[in-house]
Ligand binder design. Structure first.
Ligand code: 9D3
Length: 404
């Protein structure tokens, strides 16, 4: 992968990008880094690259001409057109997903800002993406660019060598790391946990896993929303029986029942996306449609099966990120969740007691297409599924009240 960096401080980059992992990756040819001094494209002998802002105000603005010309000249250095990233506090926040996205590019041009800003025409016409490293102020785009380069390079095949697989492992299951110890076994009155000295590898693994979950719960509870835990782990370690999760192939199915709505003796269990309720069971309720009609229609559409009101249905959708095509709130939004609906009543017809699985898809034929799995379950089996509600979300009651 090729990185080009455009900056007025090329000297800031040399040492950090020559040591350790990045230094080795460059020597081995996994990545190449090309530094460019923006002042080389200045038009005057003072090598000026900034000017006063039109309309007044404090600070200086980066002039468009040197930036446009530099970006064009750098682009022409190689036949691969670079993806042009401008580092700015106004940008999209850098996170794991963005790092992975950028690692797919063959060539990145990182443009570092200085002064109070940059002429807007550069951003509009010569930049593909604006990126921020977080909601705090640093003095310029150079350190953010290095940080981005480091994170992206680690995703480039070969850069981490044999440690590469370990990297994936450490993010495994979306949990934080377990605590580490080395010799001495006791230091300043603090002993290393006995289990780590026991030589019992099964016990050690169990302890480490429990610590990871405990830590994640204490420090990053937000990660637990999507962490891949067994129902048992959620119940025992987190006291959270309202969450079940399974993995089928490469897909994580996750079920959180955050609320219950009862309608004419039937229970509609509902999941939320975070704390936002965004859809009705099975997808959507047409205007003027009664819930039981909607259930039957959805079943017909999605499984081709005739569903009776009062039958029990478990709907699981892939967990992932896609654009919602559903009606109502959330339509067109990029969602990072799945949906589940339960339709419960007293009797399950014999033909469904075999717990057949039905597959379907949503957003069929679009790039966002994803698989659905439908499974019939008897009311008695709800206990096994362990998706009993732990709390009632008032907003859901309100929504259900309005719709029903
Ligand atoms: C304190 C000045 N700010 C208010 C007028 C504007 C401002 C301009 C330029 C604030 C910071 C900077 C320099 N920072 C970056 O270029 C930068 C940055 C950052 O400050 N935080 C997080 N990510 C990034 S990426 C580039």
């Amino acid at each position: 992968m090729r990185f080009d960096i455009l900056t007025i401080f090329p000297g800031m980059f040399e040492a950090p990008l020559s040591e350790s992992i990045l230094g080795r990756a460059r020597e081995a040819g996994h990545i190449s880094i090309h530094l460019h001094d923006l002042r080389d494209w200045a038009h005057d002998r003072h090598r000026t690259v900034d000017d006063y802002p039109f309309g007044g105000g404090a600070g200086m603005v980066m002039k468009p001409e040197p930036l446009f010309e530099a970006i064009e000249a750098i682009t022409a250095e190689d036949e691969t057109t670079p993806f042009r990233v401008f580092l700015t506090p106004q940008g999209r926040r850098l996170d794991r997903a963005l790092v992975d996205e950028l690692a797919q590019k063959e060539r990145l041009l990182l443009i570092c800002g200085r002064y109070e800003g940059i002429d807007e025409r550069v951003l509009e016409q010569a930049v593909d993406l604006e990126v921020s490293i977080g909601d705090f102020v640093v003095s310029g785009g150079e350190l953010p660019a290095m940080l981005l380069l480091d994170a992206v390079s680690r995703q480039v095949p070969g850069v981490l060598g044999s440690e590469g697989s370990l990297e994936e492992e450490s993010f495994d299951h979306g949990l934080l790391e377990y605590p580490q110890f080395t010799r001495p076994a006791e230091y300043r009155g603090v002993a290393v946990p006995d289990v780590l000295l026991s030589g019992n590898h099964a016990k050690i693994e169990e302890w480490r896993r429990a610590k990871r979950i405990e830590r994640t719960s204490e420090r990053r509870p937000d990660l637990l929303q999507v962490a891949e835990l067994s129902t048992e782990e959620r119940r025992v370690l987190l006291g959270d029986p309202g969450f079940a999760q399974t993995r089928v192939g490469g897909t994580i199915f996750q079920v959180r029942v955050a609320a219950v709505a009862i309608h004419e003796g039937r229970v509609l269990l509902h999941r939320t996306a975070g704390d936002t309720i965004w859809s009705l069971p099975g997808g959507r309720l047409l205007v003027g449609e009664r819930i039981e009609e909607a259930l039957r229609r959805e079943m017909r559409e999605e499984t081709g099966m005739k569903a009776e009101p009062g039958e029990v249905l478990w709907v699981e959708e892939n967990f992932g990120e896609w654009t919602s095509a559903l009606d109502g709130p959330g339509r067109g939004e990029v969602l990072k969740h799945h949906e589940i609906g339960f339709y419960v009543a007293a009797e399950v017809p014999d033909r469904f007691k075999r717990r057949d699985t039905f597959r379907g898809s949503e957003l069929t034929g679009t790039p966002d297409e994803f698989a659905l799995e439908f499974r019939w379950v008897a009311p008695a089996e709800l206990d096994d599924l362990d998706v009993r509600p732990t709390r009632i979300v008032p907003a859901l009651w309100e929504q259900m009240g309005r719709v029903v």
